[in-house]
Design a binder for this molecule. Structure first.
Ligand code: IYR
Length: 221
């Protein structure tokens, strides 16, 4: 296969090394918390860039990389996003959300106020591209867009956490307004808006727990 080359860089590890590394990664990830109180302290752009490169290394359907990340730090644009998101959220909390949905959200203590959209130094709007375009503007079909974009977003959250940043996976609903504010074309769909920064010094988080291994996995051996 002349379009293939030998795998380079894979590190073959011993069982002991694998175990130790898996435990260490698990501990690091379990230390991640979604945060809603952010500090305005600035974050070097280079940190965000490296995390985006990590996200861009994610596997994707036919390697089509059907994503775009719009990074917003401009206070005016953040304010526009906050105003539009809060308008949607007010309607969500007052009308659109069912009682069942509101009671599922109750432990998180969320409401229609989203001050973090202005406080946090960065908002990363994650878009999925329904199709690609070649040099002549012809459409290229994309495969497994949601799967691919969501994997990349997972990489991004893990990279930001590992760098020492907190995130909030925010999903104003509907979020079509983000296309206009971020100046992105119609065929790009916003998936999530990641709020990124350091937690405020006295940030509070809800008392929630994660399911145990037995409750999230089964083994066929
Ligand atoms: N988008 C709303 C509601 C919300 C929905 C879910 I599902 C959450 O896990 C958290 C919030 C909001 O951001 O408040």
């Amino acid at each position: 296969m002349d379009n293939h080359s030998p795998l380079r860089g894979f590190i073959y590890r011993t069982d002991e090394e694998m175990c130790a590394r898996a435990e260490a990664f698990c501990a690091a990830m379990q230390n991640r918390r979604t945060v809603r109180d952010f500090s305005p302290s600035p974050i070097p752009r280079a940190v965000i860039e490296a995390c985006l490169r990590a996200a861009g290394s994610a596997p994707s359907g036919a390697n089509q990389q059907p994503w775009h990340f719009c990074v917003v730090s401009d206070p005016e644009i953040k304010s526009k996003i906050r105003i539009a998101a809060e308008a949607e959220e007010r309607e969500f909390y007052a009308q659109r959300a069912t009682e069942e949905w509101l009671s599922a959200l109750a432990p998180l203590g969320t409401d229609a106020n989203k001050p973090f959209l202005e406080t946090a130094p960065y908002l990363i709007v994650c878009f999925g591209l329904r199709y690609g375009q070649d040099e002549r503007g012809q459409r290229i079909k994309h495969y497994y867009v949601p799967e691919s974009v969501n994997i990349a977003i997972g990489f991004l959250i893990a990279a930001l956490h590992s760098a020492g940043l907190a995130t909030l996976t925010h999903t104003p609903s509907p979020m079509k307004f983000l296309n206009e504010i971020c100046n992105r074309p119609e065929h790009e769909h916003p998936y999530v808006l990641l709020v990124v920064g350091k937690p405020a010094p006295h940030a509070f988080v809800p008392n929630i727990t994660k399911k145990k291994l037995d409750d999230i996995s089964s083994w066929i051996e």
